[in-house]
Design a protein around this ligand. Structure first.
Ligand SMILES: C[S@@+](CC[C@H](N)C(=O)[O-])C[C@H]1O[C@@H](n2cnc3c(N)ncnc32)[C@H](O)[C@@H]1O
Length: 289
């Protein structure tokens, strides 16, 4: 699909498929872990239905997806904005999103903590499960706001971990493994109250019409959604075990339970926060630097 071009500030690179080379910024899943692509796809299966309901974009609009992962949201945006709109998807690495080029999407290797964004260009900027991993969330969010046109909408989705693994029959289901996993996540900068912090941040940045809601999914063992958790634990297990917080046997048992269709549990709460850039700006937003 042909679309109008996207001009980014000098120093920012659009690219065809490339080898991963920007796995920095301390991101806990910046990894060659072979299950990471499967883990991201399982996450899409879990969260996309809710996200796609929230996107609300019109044909002809311009959208920026930060930290696009495997690209399902970027693809949905491209379908919705049509040939007269534009969609840009960024990530630290492009090998998982380069396929979007066939759908008229511009893919960009870009670190939202470091690299510039164009000013006042987009009607929607969306990021899911990205901000909660960033070391300087406020700087990143101000940069995203700077990329919005006045009146444009920022939509951030990040999880709150408190509901994870609630189980109807077993109080404390997988508690020790969950706690150990989040100790490791926290060491890499992950925030357990992610979505609620986004709300504070958007209000502090002066966005208008700020609204927030949470959603959770009931997950059954052995499903594609459950795989999001098994791959998460498998990725973190060397560090969890090395920390001494859990034993290899406990991790094996947890993985077995997550694969067992007899178990059902609650996911994290995905908190979606949306706000508009004021038409007369008081956000102190930073765009191109
Ligand atoms: C948990 S994944 C979520 C992927 C996708 N947004 C989704 O919800 O399916 C986080 C994504 O953000 C990307 N990411 C992490 N730090 C980033 C940064 N500083 N700048 C841009 N992308 C980043 C990662 O490479 C990864 O693809």
């Amino acid at each position: 699909m042909e679309r109008k071009g996207v001009a980014f500030p000098e120093g920012t690179r659009t690219a065809a498929p490339v080898a991963p080379e920007r796995e920095d910024s301390g991101y806990v899943f910046a990894t060659s872990f072979e299950g990471e692509t499967r883990r991201l796809r399982a996450g899409e299966a879990m969260w996309d239905p809710g996200t796609l309901d929230l996107l609300r974009v019109e044909p002809g609009t311009a959208c920026l997806e930060i930290g696009g992962g495997c690209g399902s949201v970027g693809r949905a945006l491209a379908d919705r904005v049509g040939a007269d709109g534009e969609v840009v998807v960024t990530d630290l690495r492009l090998d998982r999103v380069s396929w979007l080029g066939e759908h008229g999407v511009t893919v960009l290797r870009h670190d939202v903590l470091v690299d510039p964004l164009p000013r006042e260009r987009f009607d929607l900027v969306h990021a899911r499960m990205v901000v909660q991993h960033l070391s300087d969330q406020e700087a990143a969010v101000r940069r995203m706001i700077g990329a919005l046109r006045p009146g444009g909408r920022l939509l951030l989705e990040d999880t709150d971990t408190s509901s994870l693994f609630r189980h109807a029959q077993q109080e404390g289901f997988l508690d020790r493994v969950k706690d150990a996993a989040y100790v490791i996540m926290r060491q890499s900068g992950h925030r357990a109250r992610g979505g609620l912090l986004d709300l504070d941040l958007m209000l502090r940045c002066g966005l208008e019409d700020v609204q927030a809601q949470g959603r959770a999914v009931v997950v059954q063992g052995g499903t594609v959604q459950a795989e999001w958790y098994t791959l998460w634990i498998e990725h973190l297990r060397p560090r969890m075990e090395a920390s001494g917080l859990v034993s290899a046997e406990e991790v094996d048992q947890a993985l077995e339970q997550l694969r067992d269709p007899a178990h059902r549990w609650l996911s994290q709460v995905m908190v979606a926060v949306s706000g508009r850039r004021p038409r007369h700006d008081g956000t102190g937003a930073r765009g191109a630097r």
